[in-house]
Design a binder for this molecule. Structure first.
Ligand code: PBG
Length: 276
């Protein structure tokens, strides 16, 4: 589902009631505002800015806000980075990600979450935040993010699916067959100053969660992505599976070693845990 700003408090009230500590904001951008440079990402009055300000005004620090740093909601080609001569240009992309991060932090975002998978972005974003009075802003790096087909429903909701027109993100997201590479990219992000590392998708990658937690002992998050959530919720709504599979899937993340889970089932799971 998508929510407009005037409707967002309905969902935040529920989150708070069930002790969900943080929400993640993802914008759906009008096609007219998309371009090759993704410049809406650093427009002070973009949807994310307005949402952060509205939420912080109403809820102060009772709920944490995390925001994706990546250009896919804003680019006409749907990629997370800038595209030149049909290639993603890493370093030019990073310059824009810095601007996007500084804007989000200045609006009051608590956790900056780069999900773009460009190389070297954590270090430069950390330095830029520190130099701009945002030393306390947390960086949650989507450190090991695979080029997965489980992101389908998300791309539909955020509106990048049509723009991507079948193009893949395999030159910057990880090869789903690699596990050593996951440890290498996590090591780099930790070294550059990530406060939290995230593995994504979740359930098909429990082996990676377990290895990352064991090796780095970092705050380690798992993302139960849109495709995983949709599979379970569709199976539940069609009566194929009992609704307890949702909590069981979340427990599997904890068992594998994740400290927290980013999930579309948060409201439901949190209520079940509270009621237990
Ligand atoms: C994009 C982004 C994606 C998700 C979070 N941030 C999709 C992608 O990389 O194409 C996926 C989330 C989900 O499927 O729930 N930067």
């Amino acid at each position: 589902y998508r929510y407009s700003i005037d409707n967002i408090s309905k969902i935040i009230d529920k989150a708070l009631k069930n002790k969900v500590p943080m929400i993640a904001l993802f914008p759906h951008t009008n096609t007219k505002l998309k371009n090759v440079n993704g410049s809406e990402a650093f427009n002070e009055n973009n949807l994310v800015s307005k949402a952060i300000v509205a939420i912080k005004n109403k809820y102060k620090n009772h709920i944490g806000i995390m925001c994706d740093v990546a250009l896919d909601p804003y680019t006409s080609h749907g990629h997370d980075g800038l595209l030149k001569n049909n290639r993603i240009v890493n370093d030019e992309t990073i310059n824009i990600l810095i601007k996007q991060s500084l804007l989000q932090a200045s609006m009051g975002c608590d956790v900056i979450a780069p999900s773009d998978m460009m190389d070297g972005r954590i270090g430069v974003i950390r330095s830029a935040l520190d130099a701009n009075k945002n030393k306390d802003t947390i960086i949650l790096s989507y450190a090991a993010k695979f080029a997965s087909s489980f992101y389908g429903p998300f791309r539909d909701a955020v509106g990048s699916k049509t723009n991507l027109a079948g193009a893949s993100k395999k030159t910057y997201q990880m090869d789903v067959r690699n596990s050593d590479e996951a440890l290498h990219v996590v090591a780099i992000d930790v070294d550059e100053g990530a406060d939290i590392v995230m593995i994504k998708p979740g359930m098909p990658y429990l082996d990676i969660i377990s290895k990352v937690k064991e090796k780095f002992q970092m705050p380690t998050f798992a993302y139960q992505v849109s495709g995983e959530y949709s599979m379970l919720s569709n199976a539940i709504s069609q009566g194929l599976l009992d609704k307890s599979v949702m909590l069981e899937s979340i427990v599997s993340f904890k068992r594998a070693g994740s400290d927290a889970v980013l999930t579309y089932a948060a409201k439901q799971i949190a209520k079940e845990i509270k009621d237990e």
